[in-house]
Design a binder for this molecule. Structure first.
Ligand code: ATP
Length: 258
């Protein structure tokens, strides 16, 4: 199967510091791929370089068979490669439904151009509602986005991303700052996403990683230390060693169970 995303020798330096160095990585269509590694490993830098938020210093990003290395983030997004941000991109002054409707409109600006205004409005609203339903916020459409809890805002962001009809969604630490209950709800939501949607997730919560990911890539000092299934990664001595020094080292790979 041809990978949807392929990185070849991807490198990103900040001056004399090479934060990401020669990374090769493939993500197949429909795969749920997690990117983990100790603090400072280069996850955020790699993530931003793949999304086009940061330009690469060297190497290639291939998306859906095309070289997108030179494309800015917005152009990659138009091709179906979308990222989320750790800091919410929700318009707090708008209703929950309007936030998703705006995201729908952005995509269908061209497709719905010749519709009458009323029909366009109905179609946009129906689509926005469908996305809200798929993230478990169907009943909250009329509420102001500001009334949502932190976890619900992240659910709303997913609806907004789905509205853009992506083929690859990159989640940047999606459960950061969430309570245990919010994390559980979010993980269940990700599990329910359409199976053809490809996901690349940077995540610190390894319980979430091992629950959601088909494959896990471990970064260490800007390079790929290991890549494989959750079981392979859990059993990898080099990966354990890379996490040494972390206070949670023992429970990192056991899901917290003794
Ligand atoms: N804007 C920047 N300018 C200079 N150095 C940077 C910049 N951003 C990150 N770095 C450095 O690049 C390296 C990789 O950082 P990065 O944030 O990508 O790692 P990370 O794995 O995401 O870490 P964390 O899990 O702590 O967020 C670190 O040494 C960091 O100090």
């Amino acid at each position: 199967m041809t990978p949807l995303l392929e990185l070849r020798g991807l490198t990103r330096a900040y001056g004399s510091l090479t934060a990401v160095s020669g990374v090769d990585l493939s993500v197949l269509p429909g795969e749920r791929h997690a990117l983990i590694g100790p603090n400072g490993a280069g996850k955020s830098t790699l993530f931003a370089t793949v999304a086009g938020t940061l330009p690469a210093t060297a190497g290639t990003v291939l998306f859906d068979g095309a070289d997108v290395t030179a494309l800015p983030e917005a152009k990659r997004a138009r091709r179906g490669l979308l990222r989320t941000y750790q800091h919410s991109s929700v318009f707090l002054g708008c209703s929950v439904l309007d936030n998703v409707a705006l995201a729908v409109q952005r995509v269908h600006r061209v497709a719905h151009r010749f519709d009458r205004a009323a029909r366009r409005f109905r179609r946009t609203e129906a689509e926005a509602l469908r996305h809200l339903e798929s993230v478990g916020l169907a009943g909250r459409g009329a509420d102001p986005a500001a009334a949502l809890s932190h976890g619900e805002r992240r659910q709303l962001e997913v609806a907004m991303v789905l509205a853009a009809e992506p083929s690859l969604v990159m989640f940047d630490e999606p459960t950061a700052g969430m309570s245990a209950a919010e994390t559980e709800r979010f993980a269940a939501l990700v599990e329910r996403l359409p199976s053809e949607l490809t996901l690349l997730i940077v995540e610190h919560d390894l319980d979430v990683v091992f629950r959601l990911a088909d494959r896990v890539t471990v970064l260490h000092l800007g390079q790929v230390l290991a890549s494989g299934t959750a079981e392979q990664i859990r059993a990898d001595d080099a990966v354990r060693a890379a996490y040494l020094g972390s206070a949670r080292t023992d429970d990192l790979f056991t899901g917290g169970t003794p």
